[in-house]
Design a protein around this ligand. Structure first.
Ligand code: FAD
Length: 128
């Protein structure tokens, strides 16, 4: 397939970004382990700090600042990623996903198509 550029590339990046974020959240272990929780928070912080599209990064960082990630459980993290995505959907006048519906979120994002292995055993190294 031809390499996407411009707005098509931005949209492709967005779909890839949400795929990573939602699939990561959906495949966190239940019960949530401290290491998995730390990894999910680190991923969200990294997106807020480094996502390539400036407008997207700033919106996402502002969302994180106003709505801290609820790290109570796998479900709450997955629902948080959904509400963060819905904030963009609203701006883009798209249909909001029913974030209260865990079954719908699992049906969309619960299968990574890969061997998930064991949950992470250690928290990611702290930033230097
Ligand atoms: P997407 O919106 O990428 O959705 C992909 C699939 O996710 C959908 O087909 C649906 O099955 C599922 N889905 C939809 N909503 C939800 C939800 N709430 N929860 C779970 N699953 C859902 N674009 C901008 O123009 N401006 C921005 O500020 C912006 N900020 C972004 C911030 C981040 C962190 C990311 C990752 C992307 C951002 N984007 C932004 C990109 C934008 O959100 C879309 O990804 C892009 O426009 C492509 O849209 P799409 O309609 O193809 O599908």
């Amino acid at each position: 397939a031809p390499v996407a550029t411009g707005a098509a590339k931005k949209a492709e990046l967005g779909r890839a970004g949400w795929t990573l974020i939602h699939t990561t959240a959906a495949t966190l272990p239940t019960p949530l382990t401290p290491a998995a929780r730390a990894g999910a928070v680190a991923l969200i912080r990294a997106v807020a700090a480094t996502y390539p599209c400036l407008e997207c990064r700033e919106h996402f960082a502002a969302f994180v600042a106003v709505h801290p990630v609820d790290t109570t459980s796998r479900d709450s993290i997955l629902q948080w990623t959904c509400t963060a995505h819905n904030a963009v959907n609203v701006r883009q006048r798209k249909v909001a996903f029913p974030c209260h519906d865990i079954k719908a979120l699992d049906a969309r994002w619960g299968d990574c198509g890969c061997d998930r292995g064991a949950p992470p055993a250690a928290a990611p190294a702290a930033a230097p």
